[in-house]
Design a protein around this ligand. Structure first.
Ligand SMILES: *[C@@H]1O[C@H](CO)[C@@H](O)[C@H](O)[C@H]1NC(C)=O
Ligand SMILES: *[C@@H]1O[C@H](CO)[C@@H](O)[C@H](O)[C@H]1NC(C)=O
Ligand SMILES: *[C@@H]1O[C@H](CO)[C@@H](O)[C@H](O)[C@H]1NC(C)=O
Length: 346
């Protein structure tokens, strides 16, 4: 059955018709292919038309409006407006959502650090924040089903050398904030898959070793964690060679793996050679996910260069996504498509 479908796709490929990204992800046995989206872009109609094309994307991640500074800008004052807008859009179009994120040191409301709360109080604040947000998206805005498939419960808790990042959460509570925030998320939505999410986690290395060790420890202590989110903010021509091996080692811990924020940036200007390298790089990453059964899906960090975070963050770099600034498909699109197909026999 699956083989027949692949044959059909290959046949279509031979006739110059490329099957679409979510269709191919599903044929490869994955749950979704998706895109992040930020609320201001929703005013752009052509953009929204492609974003809600379910043949390419069956999953959305709000890139900003579920972060702490937006959700709880002052203690006890919750603002779900932006998050609701994206979840409702996704629901109208039959797309799933990954919630992002309960705890992150960046884009954190200033009051959380400024309050210099003691350990016990910060635990209460962490619980209150995560529980109320996750609970809200489980159904409190009138959704008939839980539309959130997973949550990035903790984001970027490690330094690249594998040491714990010295955030206000770590400094005040030690490692106990992990227990509290994962338990709060589980209590709020028992069905959602709960993730730890980070960057520079694609290949083997000190940071992925540290995350693997923490996940092992949390699981051993009965703390509810279901997945490791590998962000995938990569650089042209520098895709790690150990992705598959690393994902398999994560999967062997008894958790699922997802690529949550994929983009592959290049030094500008764009050239045909760089676009070809980018096509290959996307194919390599997708093929690694395809090859590991428990890599359950891939999300790109927005789909068009028009709204990518890269140029605003890395000077002189950009063009990281599979659609260009005019919403036209780049070679990277075909790289993703072929990454989902089984390797061709020589
Ligand atoms: C709530 O958040 C949205 C962004 O998601 C913002 O536009 C709006 O001004 C906020 N509302 C209040 C009352 O702060
Ligand atoms: C946490 O403590 C370290 C020193 O151990 C300090 O460098 C860092 O700034 C502190 N972080 C916060 C958010 O206060
Ligand atoms: C914070 O409190 C918890 C108990 O709720 C305790 O286990 C932990 O050691 C405390 N952390 C620090 C850094 O004092």
């Amino acid at each position: 059955m699956q083989f027949g479908s692949f044959a059909l796709v290959l046949l279509l490929g031979a006739h110059g018709v490329v099957a679409q990204l979510d269709v191919l992800a599903k044929l490869a046995g994955k749950q979704y292919f998706g895109s992040a989206v930020d609320n201001p872009a929703l005013a752009d109609k052509p953009y929204v038309r492609q974003l809600t094309n379910r043949l390419d994307f069956s999953q959305l991640t709000p890139s900003n409006t579920m972060k702490w500074e937006t959700i709880q800008p002052q203690r006890g004052v919750f603002n779900f407006t932006g998050g609701d807008e994206i979840v409702k859009l996704a629901q109208r179009n039959g797309q799933k959502v990954r919630g992002h994120t309960c705890l992150w040191h960046s884009q954190l409301a200033p009051w959380v650090e400024a309050g210099k709360f003691d350990n016990a109080t910060l635990h209460e604040i962490i619980h209150d924040h995560c529980y109320k947000m996750v609970r809200h998206y489980r159904g409190d805005v009138g959704f008939d089903v839980s539309w959130i498939v997973s949550w990035d419960v903790v984001n970027e808790a490690f330094e690249d050398d594998g040491t714990f990042r010295k955030t206000v959460f770590y400094n005040t509570t030690g490692l106990t904030y992990f227990d509290t925030v994962f338990r709060s998320a589980r209590a709020a939505d028992p069905k959602a898959k709960l993730y730890i999410n980070d960057y520079n986690l694609e290949g083997l290395g000190p940071k992925s070793d540290a995350v693997a060790a923490l996940v092992k420890d949390l699981k051993a202590r009965g703390v509810p964690i279901d997945g490791i989110g590998v962000q995938g903010h990569l650089i042209l021509g520098r895709v790690p060679t150990t992705i598959k091996e690393n994902f398999q080692r994560f999967a062997d811990l008894g958790v699922e793996v997802a690529i949550t924020e994929l983009d592959i940036r290049m030094e500008l200007p764009v050239t045909p050679e760089k676009l070809e390298q980018q096509r290959k790089d996307y194919e390599t990453v997708i093929a690694a996910c395809r090859a590991v059964k428990k890599c359950i899906g891939v999300t790109i960090w927005d789909y068009t260069d028009k709204y990518s975070w890269v140029p605003g963050w890395f000077e002189g770099e950009g063009a990281a996504l599979p659609w260009d600034e005019d919403l036209k498909k780049k070679p990277a699109y075909n790289g993703i498509a072929s990454g989902w197909l089984p390797p061709r026999r020589a």
